[in-house]
Design a protein around this ligand. Structure first.
Ligand SMILES: NC(=O)c1ccc[n+]([C@@H]2O[C@H](COP(=O)([O-])OP(=O)(O)OC[C@H]3O[C@@H](n4cnc5c(N)ncnc54)[C@H](O)[C@@H]3O)[C@@H](O)[C@H]2O)c1
Length: 265
């Protein structure tokens, strides 16, 4: 029998790497930030709200307030990251918001534009500044958080559906354009994560039961379960993976939409 190669407890896949992370004080952002820090990265967090990050700041964790729906603020934040840490290896686009539950006639134009600017525009605004920096350094990785809501339509989430679908195809286009530059671009589509964004679900018992019933694993996930997929795509382990969409949803998208036969027959 050959010798057993020990698996390191903390792989340190990001030692020396600089990660620019949006929405980094929210549920998924904070969980992903913790995973990156544990694996040796330095993280430049931008978010509209500081939440509880002030107590965690360190030599490897920097926070800057930034509205990522503003293209000028996005450009300034990327430059601030490079000025602070000297480089930028990984861009994680995690900031997002669902918006009001309404159909197209009920959606105010200004709200639609805001939701597209935040959920989709931010990915474009940041990538257009971060990618040239990565190319200058010899390569890098972009991972954007879309949603299962980017893969199909929902009732009452028209702007969110449009924006998240846009994130997926924008990422495919960037993956094609920058593959030979050494920049990989991928997307993670979470299903139901237990975060502040989805906290209201539990307050509506009928809707919540319906939601869980539709997930083959029968539960929402800890955001770290999605964060681990983000880290894999951002790491060199995913060296031949670009332009892909990784769905992390407890089996939600595996369903055809037919009734749950085993429940009724
Ligand atoms: N929670 C879920 O079930 C779920 C499912 C699928 C996809 N997602 C996506 O995952 C990502 C993270 O969501 P979450 O569940 O952690 O939500 P969250 O509300 O906990 O975190 C979102 C973060 O984005 C920040 N943000 C909002 N607008 C911003 C702006 N204009 N500029 C900068 N930052 C801004 C918020 O301050 C917050 O910290 C989002 O893109 C969301 O659409 C969430």
């Amino acid at each position: 029998m050959g010798s057993i190669v020990p698996v390191p407890i903390t792989p340190q896949r990001f030692a020396g790497k600089i990660v620019f992370l949006t929405g980094g004080t929210g549920g998924l952002g904070a969980a992903t930030c913790e995973l990156f820090l544990a694996e040796g990265a330095s993280v430049f967090v931008v978010d509209l709200h500081a939440h509880d990050i002030a107590s965690k700041l360190s030599k490897t964790l920097h926070f800057q307030k930034c509205d990522v729906s503003d293209p000028v603020a996005c450009e300034e934040a990327v430059r601030a990251c490079v000025a602070h840490f000297g480089r930028l290896d990984v861009l994680i686009n995690c900031a997002g918001r669902v918006g009001p539950v309404t159909d197209v006639p009920g959606m105010p134009v200004e709200e639609f534009q805001k939701l597209i600017g935040l959920n989709l525009g931010s990915v474009f605004y940041l990538s257009r500044v971060a990618i040239p920096q990565m190319i200058k350094q010899g390569g890098g990785a972009v991972v954007s958080i879309a949603s299962t809501s980017g893969l199909a339509g929902d009732y009452g989430l028209c702007a969110y559906n449009a924006a998240k679908a846009g994130v997926i195809n924008l990422s495919r286009a960037m993956a094609c354009d920058h593959a030979k530059d050494g920049v990989r671009v991928n997307v993670v589509c979470p299903g139901y994560m237990i975060t502040p964004m989805s906290a209201a679900f539990e307050t509506q018992p009928d809707m919540y039961a319906d939601l869980l019933d539709g997930i083959p694993q029968g539960r929402g996930c800890d955001p770290k379960e999605v964060g681990r997929a983000v880290l894999w795509l951002a790491s060199d382990e995913a060296s031949f993976t670009t332009g892909t969409t990784l769905v992390v949803d407890g089996g939600w998208g595996a369903r055809s939409g037919a009734p749950k036969f085993t429940k009724y027959m």
